[in-house]
Ligand binder design. Structure first.
Ligand code: SF4
Ligand code: SF4
Length: 315
């Protein structure tokens, strides 16, 4: 295998930028310029985990075979990420304590919810994550909610949990912190959405155009239903009655009509597949209804609806 040279590497980085949709405001020469500019001119990025499974980080760090940190480090300085930073223990808390006083522009990314009713459920350096978010967000230039837990509630806020998990935007509102928030729902968040948003914030100095829920319109303007490959079936009343049958999956509980995301255009894992193309209804991972109390696999199933444990074994 030939060793990768600098130009080849930058071409691959630029391919990732274009794949995210940022090619219309960021040229290859912008990338070269950014790669050659001193680090001191680049804004800081801080990534925190609230109540989360780290799925958004995992998805993000594996963007299309490109180490995504290589894209970001051309344009920014990643100060802290819980999964990939070498710093641990007191070094981390010192860095994060220093940031709000440093007068250096930074962007705060939060993955996961904030457990306000049970602060000890999510601690870092002996301090509840809520306090870290509060102090860091108040001086950040922008905040980004990464994934459904941070933006719409998701699994940490589902029925029956007692942590009082709240979203980044709701939390900042409660604390009267006015830093602009950009929301990137989906479980997990699509890595392209975050790369595009960060590049827009850094290179253009402003968020991309947002909808009423602070989501970039570029990605969340249309519902899954509007772009679905089964839309013609829906119009012709051809409905599947079980998974694997041809036809629209509305009667299997598909959440496509109430979910906004562009996964039918981009696909997952390098566009290998998506839920609907794989023959599964949309579970609404980017919608405020996610996760539903009765999930799709058990939709309409009397045994599952009764929610009796012993009857779940063969569902
Ligand atoms: S399968 Fe879902 S998203 Fe597709 S047309 Fe039917 S209801 Fe709409
Ligand atoms: S089809 Fe629905 S559940 Fe699947 S990734 Fe898209 S929004 Fe999420």
């Amino acid at each position: 295998m030939n060793p990768i040279n600098r130009r080849h590497f930058l071409c691959k980085v630029y391919q990732a930028i274009v794949a995210c949709g940022a090619g219309h405001f960021l040229s290859f020469s912008d990338l070269i310029q950014a790669a050659e500019s001193p680090d001191t001119e680049k804004p800081y990025l801080i990534w925190l985990h609230g109540s989360s499974c780290s799925g958004c980080s995992t998805s993000f760090l594996d963007l299309d075979g490109i180490p995504v940190t290589d894209v970001l480090t051309k344009f920014s300085r990643l100060v802290f990420h819980p999964d990939i930073s070498l710093a641990t223990g007191n070094d981390v808390t010192k860095i994060l304590d220093h940031m709000p006083q440093a007068h250096t522009p930074y962007i705060l990314i939060l993955e996961g919810g904030i457990p306000v009713a049970m602060p000890h459920a999510c601690m870092m350096g002996g301090k509840p994550i809520a306090e870290w978010v509060s102090s860091l967000a108040s001086k950040a230039k922008f905040c980004i909610g990464a994934g459904t837990c941070a933006t719409l509630g998701g699994i940490p806020a589902m029925h029956g949990t007692e942590t009082g998990s709240t979203t980044l935007q709701a939390f900042l509102k409660q604390r009267q912190i006015n830093t602009p928030v950009i929301n990137l729902p989906a479980c997990p968040m699509r890595p392209e959405h975050l790369v595009y948003t960060l590049l827009h914030l850094i290179h253009q100095g402003s968020p991309p155009e947002l909808d009423q829920k602070n989501r970039p319109k570029k990605f969340f303007k249309r519902t899954i239903h509007e772009r679905c490959i089964y839309y013609a079936d829906y119009q012709e009343d051809r409905f599947a009655s079980k998974i694997g049958e041809e036809g629209c999956m509305l009667k299997l509980g598909c959440q496509g009509p109430v979910t906004r995301n562009d996964c039918l255009i981009r696909g997952h894992n390098g566009n290998t597949n998506t839920c609907l193309r794989a023959g599964h209804p949309c579970v609404g991972c980017a919608s405020p209804h996610f996760p539903r109390r009765i999930m799709l696999h058990s939709y309409g199933d009397e045994r599952a609806m009764t929610n009796k444990k012993d009857q779940w074994s063969d569902v």
